[in-house]
Design a protein around this ligand. Structure first.
Ligand SMILES: Nc1ncnc2c1ncn2[C@@H]1O[C@H](COP(=O)(O)OP(=O)(O)O)[C@@H](O)[C@H]1O
Ligand SMILES: [Mg+2]
Length: 588
């Protein structure tokens, strides 16, 4: 066992002598309190370590012990519906045993090693198995069946196997003999170094939509399963709300929610809300498909830096089992700040705004771990990454937002003016984008018997026209515009209030299936086309913009149940009849 001695303690950073035989990225145990740390650099005999726990009280000459392995997470049953800190220590268990404070030197505990799980096997003695193969299953929660995987790098023949039954994650379930004659024990759980992406058989196209039930996302800026998304916005613009909405309602199999450097009460909200909320896709409690990782602002910064990797490693592991996983990180700006703080203490040369020069490559490295794959098991799985970005003052021209924008395919720009006007979600339609629209075209065509993409493009065009018209209106007033342009303005009002605004707190509006989203947009389109015809027939705009009719269309999100197709037929007939009567009246 290698040991070294502490020279200097500077916040989360410790320098030590006697480290020439240690490895960079190796996990170490620091001081008498046995704190967990990671070697970040070695220069001759002097090593630098980032420590994942409070370093107060650490003293010079205390010992640093090598563990011989990189910072890793334990992957196995017991993760789902649990809450962990940034280095996978189970917070609810620690709280139950030690109260609200993380005891020092608790060590690297992660999954429950005593709990027994019911194992069923899909392989037998004598079978040849390969890396990533599913060898058995465990019912982990009512919604997630944990598929046990042969560890990466292992291939060979099963020379022994226990009977199906109840086992702990540390029990040896099988012995596999590899070609070179070596015998390897296979357990339910396996370790994986968090900073190394887990391998897959191959990458696949991202052509499946992640349905969120949020209209501005599903219709205007869709997220693909396996896609990458940033949600940038200033304080109070709705980043957390947007991520919570997606976490609650999206059709991923598993959610990993990382509370990264934000206030603790937001995490408490998740903890209180999720167990009582029903997953619309399974009818079961949301916690049954959720893993929480909490590294709130009051917790050590180095662990915050690690939390992103802990989360994405767990995501890849469930992807490898054949699941669609969606990971939310709130916020990646706080993660970047942790990187900056540690980098500062390492006396690295600062680049833009004090962030280290490797900020862009770290952001890229994170988002590259998203994707849709054919896993080594042969199953299809995906990791969708959604990161909140919180630039100071909501100014997007700062390094974290700009670099994130380079590496994501969906950009949901939250706008402080919209938030101020209580237009929620405050995702601005002119500054946001999704690069998945084309890849998802076929999906929309198959899912709906109507041209949603066409309607969407048309609505987007109207919204662009509105922005231009508004510049004129600002100068000379609306009255000077011709009636067809005034109609555009009023339809855009309906689009914004009736379609883009969506109330997260309303029982019907909080989650809307794609069919209703389509019916709503198609109704607004009908209102526009019928109005256009009326305008062409010289009916005054004041009459065309009928208040009652417009209110009824705007109110459809609250007044029409999510599965009431009949009500949409009626509403569309009402629009048709209204304008036909008008045209008759004005002709006659
Ligand atoms: N979709 C929404 N529906 C209703 N209210 C919303 C919505 N999005 C945001 N809000 C309001 O905005 C407030 C601030 O949102 P939050 O997500 O906490 O902001 P941020 O994380 O960007 O600081 C919320 O408490 C809520 O009142
Ligand atoms: Mg927030």
């Amino acid at each position: 066992m290698k040991t070294a001695k502490i020279q200097l303690v500077d916040g989360p950073v410790v320098k030590a002598l006697g480290m020439k035989d240690f490895q960079v990225r190796e996990m170490v145990v620091v001081g008498e309190k046995k704190l967990i740390g990671e070697v970040v650099s070695i220069d001759g005999d002097l090593g630098t370590i980032q420590v994942y726990e409070e370093t107060e009280g650490l003293k010079r000459d205390e010992e640093i012990i090598s563990t011989g392995s990189p910072l890793s997470v334990k992957l196995g049953p017991g993760m789902v519906s649990n809450i962990f800190d940034g280095i996978q220590r189970p917070l609810s268990k620690i709280e139950a045993e030690h109260g609200n404070f993380m005891p020092e030197g608790i060590g690297l505990i992660s999954l429950d090693e005593e709990k027994k799980w019911d194992v069923t096997f899909t392989v037998e003695k004598g079978d040849h198995v390969h890396q990533g193969q599913i060898f058995g299953t465990v019912p982990e929660t009512v919604t997630i069946t944990h598929r046990l995987l042969i560890p990466v790098g292992l291939e060979g023949e099963i020379i022994s196997r226990v009977d199906p039954g109840s086992y702990t994650i540390e029990d040896v379930l099988m012995e596999v003999q590899s070609e070179d004659g070596k015998v390897h024990e296979v357990k339910m759980a396996q370790d994986w170094p968090v900073r190394v992406p887990r391998p897959a058989a191959k990458r696949k196209a991202t052509n499946q939509i992640l349905i969120t039930g949020q209209r501005i996302l599903d219709v205007f800026f869709p997220i693909a399963k396996g896609g990458t998304t940033a949600v940038p916005g200033g304080f109070g613009t709705g980043k957390t709300m947007t991520q919570h909405q997606i976490a609650k309602y999206c059709d991923a199999d598993l959610i990993i929610y990382i509370g990264c450097g934000e206030r603790g009460n937001e995490m408490t909200e998740v903890l209180e809300d999720f167990p009582n909320l029903v997953d619309p896709n399974t009818g079961k409690s949301l916690m049954d498909r959720t893993i929480l990782i909490a590294n709130t602002s009051n917790m050590p910064v180095a662990a915050r830096e690690a939390s992103i990797y802990t989360g994405v490693t767990m995501a890849e592991y469930f992807r490898d089992q054949g699941y669609d996983v969606a990971l939310m990180a709130d916020s990646t700006s706080r993660w970047a700040e942790a990187l900056r703080e540690i980098s500062g203490r390492l006396e690295e040369m600062p680049a833009e705004e004090g962030y280290p020069a490797y900020l862009p490559s770290r952001i890229a490295g994170f988002y590259e771990r998203g994707g849709s794959v054919k896993a080594l098991s042969g199953e299809d799985g995906s990791v969708t990454l959604i990161g909140a970005v919180s630039p100071a003052g909501g100014d997007f021209s700062e390094p974290v937002t700009e670099n994130t924008k380079r590496f994501v395919n969906v950009f949901l720009a939250l706008d402080k003016n919209l938030a101020y006007a209580r237009h929620y979600p405050a995702i601005h339609w002119l500054t946001s984008y999704s690069q998945y629209l084309n890849q998802l075209r076929e999906y929309y065509e198959l899912a709906l018997d109507g041209d949603l993409v066409g309607l969407r493009d048309k609505a987007m065009d109207l919204l662009h026209q509105e922005a231009k018209l508004n510049e004129i209106v600002l100068l000379v007033g609306e009255e000077v515009l011709p009636d067809d342009q005034r109609l555009v303005l009023s339809i855009c009002h309906v689009l914004k209030v009736g379609f883009l605004q969506q109330n997260a707190f309303h029982s019907i509006d909080c989650f809307v299936p794609l069919t209703k989203q389509y019916q709503m947009l198609s109704t607004i389109d009908h209102l526009y086309e019928a109005g256009k015809e009326a305008v062409a027939n010289h009916i005054p705009i004041g009459v065309v913009k009928n208040q009652d009719l417009y209110s009824k269309v705007i109110g459809m999100k609250y007044n029409i149940a999510n599965d009431d197709d009949r009500a949409f037929v009626d509403l569309n007939n009402e629009i048709t009849n209204f304008y036909q009567d008008l045209i008759k009246e004005y002709r006659g």
